[in-house]
Design a protein around this ligand. Structure first.
Ligand code: NIG
Ligand code: FE
Length: 426
């Protein structure tokens, strides 16, 4: 599916240029080229520039030509934090939360994550593939070209592996690239209740070595939270994960401020995620160590928790990424426009910063900043074409997707207007 393509006359080519995370004030620089063009060969970006200069005298035989007059072209979005493979839904629990029950109370009563664990354990792998495929189709329509996905709804060997195998199957068949993360330490399963250390030993000694050996996951993540996994338990788990070759992520300081942010910096995690309650010291450490601060405003919104201090994080020099946290409990949305609306309207993050957070910094949060997340020569040609001439329409069209076409490795894989009646995954 690797193609030769020329995109020309883009009203704005929003390059987000760079090969590493952007920190602090760098996040406001989108590297926009007016009347821009991109040359793609074999699915990779070969050249980028102004249309006239780049294409003058060029032999365009063998290239598909896409005229993007009146449209903005950006890198595909990278949704760097999701839990998109799961069985069952929790609409009833959401209704309880709307009536005032808290997320952690429901979890303590054996609902929440554990209810999805039950449904995922009993689900057929084929059904998980089918629902995962539909979810990826939906993400693609929002302009997502790479997604991170976590296990953690099995909490036993078979189901954790089943979830990761489902991602492997989907990665082989779907245009969206999948970055798999092992998150066996998402909750303590009922059969280990009161024996948390034994559960961690089981993960460390039995499950993680097998997953590492079969290369089923690239990252290891842990729900480091009061009444879930403590700092000490998380440290033990992640240290072993690193020895086994996993890169690290942490669900840090989401509900209670217990120091997960500092732990992410101490261990040199690739990202620390959530951070609603992160301390000043924790944020300073993230900035100093270059750990990507991944904010998930959809979750704060859905849980009615205060938003993470995104504005302050950027002002303090952090590299901030934004992601959906798509999951069946705390945040059942894969909507990128919602995330952008929350970031810009509720967190005071600038439009340019939000776009950086969803492109090159999202790529950095999955350790892919050298290959995706910007429109630079040498990178994979994962691009989106907007219906509108400027990236400023992304937040302006509140809660609505402005993405007209999605291009994956130089091929158009989604076209909103290509079929009567709406979008189509090509
Ligand atoms: O990122 N916080 C922990 N894990 C997920 C929620 C998972 C669930 O509720 O099913 C999160 O919010
Ligand atoms: Fe999460």
């Amino acid at each position: 599916m690797d193609a030769n393509l020329i995109i020309k006359n883009a009203a704005q080519l929003v390059t987000c240029s760079g090969f590493r995370a952007k920190h602090g004030s760098e996040m406001a620089d989108l590297g926009v080229i007016e009347n821009g063009a991109v040359v793609v060969e074999g699915g990779r970006i070969q050249a980028v520039g102004r249309s006239q200069e780049l294409l003058q005298g060029m032999d365009t035989a063998g290239f598909e030509i896409l005229d993007a007059s009146g449209k903005a072209v950006l890198p595909g979005f990278v949704d760097s934090h999701t839990h998109f493979v799961f069985g069952g839904y929790r609409a009833e629990e959401y209704a309880w939360r709307l009536r005032g029950d808290s997320y952690m109370d429901i979890m303590q009563r054996g609902g929440g994550i554990l209810s999805t664990v039950h449904a995922t354990r009993t689900a057929d792998a084929q059904d998980l593939v089918a629902s995962g495929r539909r979810r990826l189709d939906s993400m693609l329509a929002f302009g997502v070209t790479t997604v991170e996905g976590k296990s953690g709804y099995g909490l036993d060997r078979e189901t954790e592996i089943k979830q990761l195998e489902v991602m492997q199957i989907l990665g082989g068949e779907h245009p969206v690239d999948i970055v798999p993360t092992f998150m066996g330490a998402h909750a303590v399963p009922p059969e280990y209740r009161g024996r948390e250390e034994d559960y961690i030993d089981f993960m460390l000694d039995t499950v993680m070595p097998e997953i590492a050996g079969r290369r089923l996951a690239e990252f290891c993540d842990v729900f480091c939270e009061k009444n879930v996994f403590s700092i000490g338990q998380s440290r033990r788990l992640l240290q072993k994960a690193r020895q086994l070759g996993f890169k690290l992520k942490i669900h840090a300081d989401e509900i209670a401020p217990i120091g997960g942010t500092e732990l992410a910096a101490e261990l040199g995690a690739v990202s620390a995620d959530h951070l609603l309650q992160a301390s000043d010291r924790g944020l300073a450490e993230l900035a100093r160590k270059g750990v990507v601060a991944t904010l998930l405003p959809g979750t704060a919104f859905s849980l009615k928790e205060p938003y993470g201090r995104g504005r302050e994080m950027i002002d303090r020099g952090c590299a901030v990424a934004l992601a959906s946290d798509f999951n069946p409990g705390s945040c059942f949305t894969e909507s990128i426009p919602l995330i952008v609306a929350l970031a810009t309207l509720c967190m005071n993050i600038g439009t340019e910063e939000a776009i950086t957070a969803l492109t090159i910094n999202g790529a950095a949060a999955v350790d892919r900043a050298e290959t995706i997340g910007s429109i630079d020569p040498g990178k994979q040609a994962d691009l989106i074409v907007l219906e509108f001439p400027s990236y400023t329409y992304i937040p302006y069209h509140i809660g609505v997707s402005t993405v007209e076409k999605v291009i994956k490795r130089g091929m158009v894989v989604f076209d909103k207007f290509n079929q009567k009646g709406g979008g189509h995954v090509c």
